[in-house]
Write a protein that binds this ligand. Structure first.
Ligand code: ZN
Length: 151
């Protein structure tokens, strides 16, 4: 299990160092800003939509390693998915990071690389860092253009 933890840690550090899909998105169809006041993370997520499919998305901002890595991995997982699939994935990701430690959500293999955030549940203060990008993405596709807060 500690090997797995090391691997997870490695993926998070890698995405923090070299975030994927980071920067401005030209001609975005929807955009929202997210703020996690507890940690000071600020992210902006922009998406391109085509017939209910997220064809492209990028994020900008600054925050801790967890918030940046989560946003980076989110953009990789969500690209090409429908909005329904995206919101369903958010539900499951949310369950993963908030599940009680002795539950067996770890077996949710469909989460792919997002499973690296399973360890976050042991640090309740970091859960909001992990879900910030997702809340912001949801706000963007819901058509809310106000700043969302995890509070
Ligand atoms: Zn944070």
């Amino acid at each position: 299990m500690s090997d797995l933890r090391d691997l997870y840690q490695e993926v998070i550090l890698d995405h923090n160092r070299s975030p994927r899909n980071f920067g401005a998105l030209e001609d975005a169809d929807a955009q929202a800003d997210g703020h996690n006041p507890l940690c000071g993370d600020r992210l902006s997520v922009a998406v391109k939509l085509d017939d209910g499919v997220v064809t492209d998305l990028r994020f900008e901002g600054s925050g801790c390693a967890i918030s940046k890595a989560s946003a980076s991995l989110m953009t990789e997982e969500v690209k090409g998915k429908t909005l329904d699939e995206t919101l369903a994935l958010f539900e499951r990701f949310h369950k993963l990071v908030t599940a009680h430690s002795d539950s067996h959500v770890d077996g949710d293999t469909d989460l792919g690389k997002l499973a690296v955030f399973a360890g976050v549940r042991d640090y309740p203060a970091r859960v909001k860092c992990a879900v910030l990008a997702w809340h912001t993405l949801r706000a963007a596709v819901d058509g809310h253009h106000d700043v969302v807060s995890t509070e």
